[in-house]
Write a protein of this length. Structure first.
Length: 675
């Protein structure tokens, strides 16, 4: 990028942070949104509401002080036809830019404040000497480092217009016409510089279709060899071994669990690899199904692997599985960072029937399986194409069960995972009481900790989750350490601490103490987010809860309410944004994972919710996989059609597509798999 005028090494580095290394990357640096400046309204026509774009001259400005270091700026503009005031909080730096006499353009909503038309924090463009005002739909780009919006806009203006004709059109003309899609270069250009909202929508349709098509082709192409792959057929239903596993459970399966198990057992009995997604809300009891599925493999003389998202969870699963399975003669081998069990690894390589538990290193590193029959993936809905290809590369086509608490629509699951069936565990185990959820301002922090004290007195346990510090586990770990230090001063509390920077063995030891109720309070970071299961813990306190995402809060809260005693969750926060406030309100209002997922989607957009933005093959940038389901289905159908006609994408017409698919796959796979 530094070859372009105005882009020095510093700006080139900042652009790299946005994923822009080349001009081609820059062409697909999509605006986050567009400012509507299609019409400038004379001030006399402006009424409360909007948004409006207005133009005028600064007539006066005034700084108002709210406290020693708090002030706001009020600016009055006029255009000869009327007046308007604009208010800016914490923005003293605007004082100079908006000096009286300056000509400005403002965009924003208008309210009536003390009988005066007012915009609060409008978008401002200073129209100083000679710069023509920007009108129309103005792209607003993501920024990084010291990049300024105006600079990126100018760069786009020069670069995109100049290079867009070089953008390839991989879709054959007949297909584009049949699907009524605009050409890709047109779509790229109009995603940056639409002339009308309709341009933007047409452009988006094409680009979203492309994202889906590319992914569908890649997934279908990859799964070709597996269509014919065979897997061992297992007797799973009503075998003596499964009966004894069920006998040893301290509870009976719920109806929802039984239904899901029926689905799984039916799949396992077929000589084709199962590919099933098991969805069930936090606490619905998915682990038991993993246990049954793995026991079925071992009962049939095969090996089973359980992959957990964190070592902490792998250890917990290991402990549980040893308790439940070893008495039945099923050995459990841990494959985690905590010292590998050399003898266990050898037995794995030999093909002895047993269960291996670890993180996803289980499939990706050098662990060898002699006779792998089943892989269960816990809480990693992102597990997909790449890992399956890695297994396939080792000649392994096991039955696969992916478990997740995140609701994923079926079509999307199909696209991300290939041919995947979906089971849903409906309902929760009996006797669960709703988790009382309370939002408290930071000033009432004390009352949350009094609840912790009460619970500890009654022999229950509590979690305290530390605020996210700059989204880094390191910072959060520091905060956790400090909080734990403070709490250790409280007489009568046995306080433990876990964070991601601790050695795996240390983490495991603390968790074990907590599980055995040798600790009353566990202070931790988001590594406690998924899977941790200690039914005696009944209180959770989340510090600065507004910093967490909704899905994360829901998962965290799911650590309590796992036993018969009533549980509560305290969200401590003085939310700084409306969105933060909305998330807390949603948490207080409902405990339904599906409802929260929908709310999350509305608040944040889909890419982040599914953790799929910028994620290899699964990378959607513009697509909203939940809202754009119709386009997704169309793209998937087209992908099937194309591959049916030309399985190798060898024809002249398909060269662009072939290139595309390989690029997509290369981003996700080690290149030797492809060649
Ligand atoms: P998740 O779906 O979140 O992974 P878990 O498998 O950890 O849920 O189960 C949550 C808790 O519910 C555990 O303590 C588990 O022992 C318990 N549990 C699971 N199934 C049942 C059941 N059928 N009846 C009663 N308790 C159950
Ligand atoms: Mg779980």
């Amino acid at each position: 990028m530094s070859a372009l005028p105005g882009v020095g090494p510093k700006r080139a580095r900042d652009l790299e942070k946005l994923g822009v290394d080349t001009i081609a990357d820059f062409l697909t640096l999509w605006p986050r949104r567009h400012l509507d400046r299609t019409t400038v309204t004379p001030l006399w026509q402006v009424a409360p509401g909007g948004p409006w774009t207005v133009r005028g001259r600064v007539e006066s400005q005034q700084e108002h002080y709210l406290g020693p270091r708090k002030s706001y700026l009020r600016v009055r503009i006029g255009d000869g036809s009327g007046h308007l005031e604009a208010t800016f909080f914490h923005a003293t730096w605007l004082k100079r830019q908006l000096a009286p006499g300056t000509e400005v353009m403002l965009s924003g909503k208008v309210e009536l404040f003390r009988h005066r038309l007012t915009m609060t924090h409008p978008e401002v463009e200073v129209l100083d000497g000679g710069r023509p005002p920007r009108l129309g739909l103005i792209p607003v780009y993501p920024l990084a480092g010291d990049l300024k919006q105006r600079f990126v806009q100018d760069l786009a203006e020069q670069t995109v217009r100049h290079w867009v004709m070089q953008v390839a059109e991989p879709l054959p003309a007949w297909l584009r016409e049949r699907e009524a899609l605009p050409e890709r270069p047109w779509a790229v250009l109009h995603q940056h510089f639409p002339e009308t909202p309709d341009d933007l929508e047409q452009s988006r349709r094409r680009l979203v279709f492309d994202e889906f098509l590319r992914m569908s082709l890649a997934v279908l192409w990859l799964h070709r060899p597996q269509e014919s792959a065979s897997a061992p057929a297992f007797h799973a239903d009503k075998t003596p071994l499964i009966a004894s596993v069920l006998d040893r459970l301290p509870f009976a399966l719920t109806a929802g669990q039984q239904e899901a198990w029926d689905d799984i057992a039916r799949d396992l009995a077929k000589p084709r690899p199962m590919a099933r997604l098991l969805q069930g809300d936090v606490g619905s009891g998915k682990t038991v199904l993993a246990v049954l599925t793995m026991a079925a493999a071992v009962g049939n003389g095969y090996q089973a692997a359980l992959m957990a998202p964190t070592e902490l969870l792998a250890e917990q699963h290991g402990t549980l599985l040893s308790q439940w399975l070893e008495p039945l003669g099923i050995p459990v081998v841990m494959v985690t960072g905590r010292g590998k069990d050399a003898e266990g690894l050898e037995r794995l390589a030999n093909g002895d029937p047993l269960v291996a538990v670890g993180t996803h290193a289980l499939v990706s590193d050098t662990t060898r399986f002699g006779r792998l029959g089943v892989v269960v993936v816990d809480e990693q809905h992102r597990f997909g194409v790449r890992q399956r290809a890695q297994l396939g590369e080792k000649g392994l086509f096991p039955h696969m069960l992916v478990m997740t608490a995140t609701p994923i629509p079926r079509t999307l699951a199909l696209t991300v995972y290939g041919d995947l069936e979906v089971s849903q565990i409906r309902g929760l185990p009996p006797g669960r009481k709703p988790i009382q959820t309370v939002h408290l301002p930071m000033s009432e922090r004390r009352s949350a900790y009094l609840k912790v004290m009460e619970a500890v007195k009654q022999g229950h346990q509590a979690y305290v989750i530390c605020p996210l510090v700059e989204e880094s586990e390191e910072g959060q770990g520091r905060a956790a350490t400090m909080l734990a230090e403070g709490m250790r001063q409280i007489p009568g509390w046995r306080v433990g601490l876990v964070h991601g920077r601790m050695a795996p063995s240390e983490k495991a030891a603390v968790m074990e103490q907590f599980r055995r109720a040798e600790l009353d309070v566990l202070v931790g970071t988001t590594i406690l987010e998924v899977g941790v299961d200690v039914p005696n813990a009944t209180v959770m306190v989340i510090e600065e809860a507004d910093r967490f995402g909704l899905a994360q809060l829901h998962q965290l809260r799911g650590r309590v309410g796992r036993g018969p005693a009533p549980s509560s969750c305290y969200l401590l926060a003085d939310p700084a944004t409306q969105e933060g406030q909305a998330r807390l309100e949603a948490m207080v209002r409902t405990q339904d994972g599906l409802e929260l997922a929908e709310e999350d989607l509305a608040l944040r957009g889909p890419g982040e919710v599914l953790g799929m933005r910028q994620h290899g093959v699964a990378g959607f940038q513009l697509a909203n996989p939940l809202k754009d389901l119709v386009l997704l289905e169309r793209a998937r159908r087209v992908a099937r059609e194309i591959l049916a006609q030309d399985p190798e994408l060898a024809s002249e017409d398909c060269q662009g597509l072939r290139q595309w698919v390989f690029e997509a796959l290369e981003a996700a796979l080690p290149s030797h798999v492809l060649h």
